[in-house]
Design a protein around this ligand. Structure first.
Ligand SMILES: C[S@@+](CC[C@H](N)C(=O)[O-])C[C@H]1O[C@@H](n2cnc3c(N)ncnc32)[C@H](O)[C@@H]1O
Length: 220
């Protein structure tokens, strides 16, 4: 196992970027954000290619990817239909009623995302792709330094994200998966099943931080 912990210790965002991350609406803890950031900087420095995040939500993790892109001279792409995942719908555990568009009556996290990235001064380093992950993946033609899977947490969605985007990952790129819970008591199993599939299909784990797993292709 290659150890990225040394890199994680050395490669941290500026305090104002971290403050923007901590102030943004979202679910990612700081230690996982720092691991994502370090993995992104490392991947861009080795490949010179862009990042792709599935699951923008309000831009919390996108702040770190955008800053890593600014630092390394690349760009962060982030895809979301902005209507929320299953568990973010009314009546579910992670629903936030302030994120419902009153005119349409549906979740709309895009305005919050835009305000968040603007306030962080990072708009120029991120490209928002508004749509369904498999549809965007099907028309995407470029190679990627990093694919970060943090979209829908059903098997259908997590598998669609993996199958749609991993073919675009550069040989020496990095695959990051969020919400990997080996114990079902800790959370849903779809990201864990995708993580297990990646390990069976030529990836090795380079770091574990909370539920965030960083993987690279063996020999990549
Ligand atoms: C857990 S949130 C992402 C959290 C975000 N990365 C952060 O750190 O704050 C998951 C997001 O994935 C989006 N999503 C779920 N399924 C999707 C799909 N098939 N295509 C695009 N976006 C999807 C939802 O709209 C939701 O905003």
């Amino acid at each position: 196992m290659t150890d990225l912990r040394e890199t994680a210790a050395a490669t941290v965002p500026a305090p104002e970027v971290l403050a923007s991350f901590e102030g943004a609406t979202g679910f990612m803890p700081v230690d996982e954000g720092l691991a994502l950031y370090a993995a992104a900087v490392d991947a861009a420095e080795r490949t010179g290619l862009p990042f792709l995040e599935i699951g923008t939500y309000c831009g919390r993790s996108a702040i770190l990817l955008a800053d890593a892109a600014r630092r390394t001279g690349t760009v962060a792409l982030t895809v979301d239909h902005h209507r929320g995942s299953e568990e973010q719908q009314p009546g579910w555990e992670y629903h936030d009623p302030t994120l419902v568009d009153p005119e349409v009556g549906l979740m709309d996290t895009l305005p919050t995302f835009r305000r968040t990235l603007h306030a962080a001064g990072l708009e120029d380093h991120v490209i928002a792709l508004v749509g369904r992950s498999p549809q965007v993946a099907a028309v995407w033609g470029g190679q990627l330094a990093l694919v970060f899977i943090d979209g829908g947490h059903t098997d259908e969605h997590a598998t669609g994200d993996y199958e749609g985007w991993v073919p675009h990952l550069a040989t020496d790129g990095v695959l990051v998966i969020h919400d990997v819970f080996p114990d079902p008591a800790d959370g849903g199993q779809a990201p864990y099943r995708v993580h297990q599939r990646a390990l069976a299909e030529g990836f090795e784990e380079v770091s574990v931080t909370g539920s965030l797993r960083v993987l690279r292709r063996i020999g990549g």
